[in-house]
Ligand binder design. Structure first.
Ligand SMILES: Nc1ncnc2c1ncn2[C@@H]1O[C@H](COP(=O)(O)OP(=O)(O)OP(=O)(O)O)[C@@H](O)[C@H]1O
Length: 283
């Protein structure tokens, strides 16, 4: 595998150096010395275990969290102090907002967020995402609501897209068409994408870069994908992720054990006995 090194500055879409972040000041950082630099047109897959820090990183890149380190730029601009235009962040929390679950018709909803300004792209996305403009937002499924979110987020001409596992509830056909659309956006317009996901089905053609997020850091840097030194038959994202996540779990266990923390069942069973004595499950 080859590591990406020193891209020219004018090509850099995303430049994040030694980013460190703690949720609560003075506590152990959840992100530590994270490095992520991508050139325009890159499609980067962010891989990591639950809790590794992927969402935290994407939210920081989207300018939603203030960090003390001033080392995070998109298209040459500080993501928090001087946020660049053309950045779209799509996360799962959107669908829990009561507004997007209210009795509003999809056509009105999309117009209210500027859909009329992007009619050609909006109509193309309506096709790809198989969205009915007459749906009512409070009467559609989670996956259908997700498609409306994607249509809303993608209809403008974004330069950088930060996707946080928003394809998990799409059916496989819509997901495959969406992946093709994203690939064409980066190839034809030089748009840059960072995509955090745990699902690797149908992603073979997607990444040009891979970043392994391990317990809040990026020990492997940015890996160019597909790797020139690995035969195509062995370029399996699922196996790669499985190997990395096993390694992460071992490392995490060692670190937690040093702090006296252990996951899973406790060795002392007194609490469990008390629990079963207290509640009668025989009927
Ligand atoms: N609001 C919060 N306050 C404090 N800690 C938080 C908060 N949100 C997340 N964390 C912690 O930050 C760490 C990273 O969380 P994050 O959501 O970034 O992980 P992730 O890699 O996106 O995980 P997943 O794959 O499960 O989505 C976790 O240990 C989590 O417990």
């Amino acid at each position: 595998m080859t590591i990406n090194q020193n891209p020219p500055d004018d090509l850099l879409a995303l430049d994040c150096q030694n980013l460190t972040y703690s949720w609560v000041e003075g506590t152990e950082p959840v992100l530590s010395d994270v490095n992520l630099d991508l050139v325009k047109g890159d499609r980067c897959l962010l891989l990591g275990a639950n809790g590794a820090g992927k969402s935290t990183l994407l939210r920081i890149l989207a300018g939603k969290r203030l960090t003390k380190t001033r080392s995070c730029k998109i298209l040459g601009q500080d993501v928090f102090m001087n946020p660049p235009g053309g950045v779209v962040y799509l996360g799962t929390e959107w669908s829990t907002n009561p507004v997007v679950r209210s009795d509003i018709v999809v056509s009105h909803f999309l117009d209210s967020v500027g859909g009329y300004r992007h009619k050609v792209r909006r109509d193309r996305l309506l096709q790809i995402l198989d969205v009915d403009l007459d749906w009512h937002m409070h009467q559609i499924s989670d996956g259908e609501r997700r498609r409306v979110q994607l249509c809303m987020g993608l209809m403008g001409e974004w330069d950088v897209l930060l996707l946080d596992e928003v394809t998990v509830d799409l059916d496989v056909l819509v997901r495959a068409d969406l992946i093709d659309f994203l690939i064409s956006e980066s190839e034809n317009r030089g748009a840059t994408i960072v995509y955090a996901t745990h699902i690797f089905d149908g992603l073979r053609k997607f990444p040009t870069k891979i970043c392994h997020m391990q317990l809040g850091s990026t020990p492997r840097g940015i890996i160019t994908w597909p790797p020139a030194d690995v035969p195509a038959s062995e370029q399996d994202l699922f196996s790669l992720a499985l190997g990395w996540l096993r390694e992460d779990r071992e490392l995490r266990r060692v670190k937690e054990k040093e702090k006296g923390r252990i996951r899973g069942p406790k060795t002392d069973t007194r609490d469990a006995k008390t629990f079963f004595e207290k509640y009668d499950y025989s009927h």
